[in-house]
Write a protein that binds this ligand. Structure first.
Ligand code: 5GP
Length: 190
């Protein structure tokens, strides 16, 4: 049975990155895609671990050569995309693979790989989402407003997904995600 691709998406600041980091640390059986991005690294971010930090020209090359499984401009600023080769290699090797991407990217994957499993990560409440967004403190006021506007639209997209996980607690949400990933495309447990 081929391994399944799981796509995790959700509104900005819902904690997708934290959840993905938890899975990376505690569930080595899950293969986690490393995205390419044109944005600059934040303090502590390592090239090739958190992202592949690439120039605009290099990103364009990757898109034009068909190497991106999906890509999107996120928050109207930088481009982010999933390199295709490593995902295909992980699935061919039988490893459950996880993409943590934005909603536009998730829609592209659904168009090209409808057999993938789509998980929406939801905040416990809108107020909590705003609190997390403001609390992170890494964005300017203008960037925050753009992210909130994106989040409002993105929250409405939950219905497009196979299932929703509420990110009330990172450990619990990660356990739910990983246990859902143990199911094969025909619904049988591995
Ligand atoms: P950040 O800049 O905070 O690391 O990420 C911003 C957003 O980019 C997050 O919502 C994240 O899900 C999204 N993102 C990260 N990697 C990818 C990717 O490869 N493709 C797409 N479409 N979105 C991504």
């Amino acid at each position: 049975m081929a391994a399944r691709l799981t796509v995790l998406a959700g509104p900005t600041a819902v904690g997708k990155g934290t959840l993905a980091a938890w899975v990376r640390e505690h569930h080595p059986e899950v293969w986690l895609s490393i995205s390419a991005t044109t944005r600059a690294p934040r303090p502590g971010e390592i090239d090739g671990v958190h992202y592949f930090f690439v120039s605009e020209d290099r990103f364009t090359e990757l898109v034009e050569s068909g190497e991106m499984l999906e890509w999107a401009v996120v928050h109207g600023r930088a481009r982010y995309g999933t390199p295709r080769g490593p995902v295909e290699a992980a699935l061919a090797a039988g490893r459950p693979a996880l993409l943590e991407i934005d909603l536009q990217g998730a829609r592209q994957v659904r168009a090209s790989m409808p057999e993938a499993y789509f998980v929406f990560l939801a905040p416990p409440s809108w107020d909590e989402l705003v609190r997390r967004l403001v609390g992170r403190g890494t964005e300017t006021e203008e960037e925050r407003e753009a992210r909130l506007a994106t989040a409002r639209v993105e929250l409405a997209a939950a219905a497009e997904f196979d299932t929703t996980i509420v990110n009330d607690d990172v450990r619990r949400a990660a356990q739910e995600l990983v246990s859902l990933m143990r199911f094969t495309p025909d619904g049988k447990q591995r």
